[in-house]
Design a binder for this molecule. Sequence first.
Ligand SMILES: *Cc1c(COP(=O)(O)O)cnc(C)c1O
Length: 391
Amino acid sequence: MRPEFLPFARPSISDEDVKAVTDVLRSGWITTGAKCAELESAFTDRLGTSTAVATTSATAAMHLALVALGIGPGDEVVTPSMTWVSTVNMIVRLGATPVFVDVDRETLMTSPLAIEAAITDRTRAIIPVDYAGAAIDMAAIRAIGIAHDIPVIEDAAHAIGTRRKDGEEVGQVGTAIFSLHPIKTITSGEGGVLVTDDDAFGENIRRLRFHGLGVDAWERGQQGRSPQAEVLEPGFKYNLPDMNAALGLSQFHRLDEFIDRRRELAMQYRERLASIPGLTPLGDAEMTDRHAWHLFIVRVDPDAAGIDRSTFMAALKADNIGTGIHFRAVHTQKWFVDHPDRWRGADLVNTEWNSDRICSLPLFPGMTDADIDEVVASIRNAVPSSPGVPA
Ligand SMILES: *Cc1c(COP(=O)(O)O)cnc(C)c1O
């Protein structure tokens, strides 16, 4: 057994990251200011989009987007149930109804056809998810949004740095939300970024982020907030402090390096787990040119593997190896089971099949090849169907 626990995710914090944060701490300005603006510019420069607004989390960014769209009681929002609860919680909290669509069994992404089939005259938004760092077919989903005059907010929490087959990087076109949570590809401790090519929408998000004031918390010229700012509409308090933004910015410079290492590790897993029946990695999503490899997910199928997921996860844990579940389907969570009137969704067959079987293996840029060897050895030991393991 490994002497040290191997978590399924761990942020890669460099000396530069530490210096970036301590510089802010010593600077006399630690909340939202120049570093937050720099982080936002790093996103708009890379993506060539017009607006980036950094928030305290991707959940906060999604909340602002839904509020800016005016989502409320009687409205429906089409989204997968195979997602993190954060989006769905915000939809429900605004009094709207999430309408869950099923996902592809191999990629965990919703097809444009399934999205279109879920649209009614009450649909006010579509929130597709780029799953695990692969790219969803946004061109087709945008076309549906345009045809039905319904806004699309791309949940790209897993997909910072992901590129589509047509050469477009996620966030370049339309409105997307990234997460800078510590398990995501780059982190600011906690944080999120909404990017949009719709200037008016971006301005609204920026205003809602900070109390709904007519100007932001910090203005370059005067190192502080304009005392004349007034509330244009009731807003929130979701601005990202510079302490966090400095970390996010420092990490942003290493995004491509992180993704390269994640890809190497993922390819090793793919190759070395391929011969184990009943332990099936996700399939390739057709629209993906560059996968960000936020997660490496396998499905543990008890019939073929001879082990169920809980026993599998416990066996790895006994070897000091952490795993995760991304995600348990939202509609199977207690509150949603108890409140079937607050959501809709039929035939979530692939969602439920995967919800019971998915398991995320350790994957982060600081993992060594020896770590991978140990994870693979532990898996081969645990799974009865592994070649060479006595039944
Ligand atoms: C992590 C995540 C979020 C929320 O991100 P936070 O920054 O933690 O709020 C939203 N959607 C998906 C799919 C996620 O994985």
